[in-house]
Design a protein around this ligand. Structure first.
Ligand SMILES: Cc1cc2nc3c(=O)[nH]c(=O)nc-3n(C[C@H](O)[C@H](O)[C@H](O)COP(=O)(O)O)c2cc1C
Length: 257
């Protein structure tokens, strides 16, 4: 059985994870940890395979996924493939963090890929990625990962930017809201928000202390009311576009290489 466990708000990670898990011929169960109802305890055997895919937030995986991985995933010498998606800046410490989390839970990582997707805050950055060249790379990665999952080889080595602690990322200063007169108070964003940052009585507002800026509310809003309206956002977007203008490569690592 293939278990495809991922967190995806803006669809990039969902897309990449599905491309990888579908290369493993066999029955596949998918769990998007963005949805509370899909956060289930999973105990996997040596015959199973875990595909574990996360977006990079500030160089790490989303902080809410760390305790989920530590409490819900249990392997028994189970092969795992990890995928980090990132928005054309850098994946920094994410692959190392994911490898450490899974190894501590009884998995051995056979392949690790970092793939570029549209930036979910600054959505003009990497907006056409993954493109056809990226897809070919993801498919080749998935094929090799599927081959490696069949037999245990050496330990995987993945790069890491530094030894900083995941808690050093304190979130971004931007949060989407439904300012303006488009919000119809339909409540879709309230139901969709994974951290309860939107008050049902005032759905055009956002509690910045709870919001992780995943962008799910922007994507779901039927009135297209939610976006980054706050002061300084456009300037930050322009600066980020400039900084991340050059096309970054994907990266693939395999056990035994
Ligand atoms: C809070 C936050 C922090 C992010 N930090 C980074 C980062 O450090 N490096 C990077 O290249 N992209 C970063 N991104 C962009 C996401 O990693 C990228 O868009 C990812 O593919 C989103 O996944 P999704 O489409 O499945 O939601 C960040 C996005 C968010 C929301």
């Amino acid at each position: 059985m293939i278990y495809d466990v991922y967190f995806s708000a803006f669809n990039g990670t969902n897309m990449c994870s599905m491309m990888v898990s579908s290369a493993f011929r066999g029955e596949c169960a998918r769990f998007n940890w963005r949805r509370e109802g899909e956060r289930k305890a999973l105990s996997l055997s040596q015959e199973d395979v875990l595909v574990f895919s996360m977006p990079v937030y500030g160089g790490f995986i989303p902080s809410l996924c760390v305790p989920l991985a530590e409490s819900l995933l249990e392997g028994d010498g189970t092969p795992a493939v990890i995928v980090a998606t990132f928005g054309n800046r850098a994946y920094d410490n994410a692959l190392r963090q994911m490898t450490g989390l899974l190894e501590a839970r009884g998995f051995y990582v056979v392949a690790a890929g970092a793939f570029i997707c549209r930036h979910s805050i600054f959505s003009t950055v990497a907006q056409d990625r993954p493109d056809s060249a990226d897809r070919a790379e993801i498919e080749a990665f998935a094929e090799r990962a599927a081959e490696l999952a069949g037999h245990r080889t050496g330990k995987i080595e993945v790069p890491c930017r530094d030894d900083s602690d995941p808690s050093s990322f304190r979130g971004v200063p931007f949060h989407p809201d439904g300012r303006g007169n488009r919000c119809t108070s339909c409540g879709s964003c309230v139901r969709f928000c994974t951290t309860g940052a939107i008050d049902p009585q005032h759905p055009w507002q956002t509690d910045a202390s709870k919001c992780i800026a995943c962008g799910a509310c922007i994507k779901i809003c039927p009135a297209k009311a939610r976006d980054y309206h706050m002061e300084g956002f456009m300037e930050a977007r322009l600066a980020f576009e400039h900084k991340c203008a050059s096309r970054q490569p994907n990266a693939c690592f395999y056990a035994g290489d």
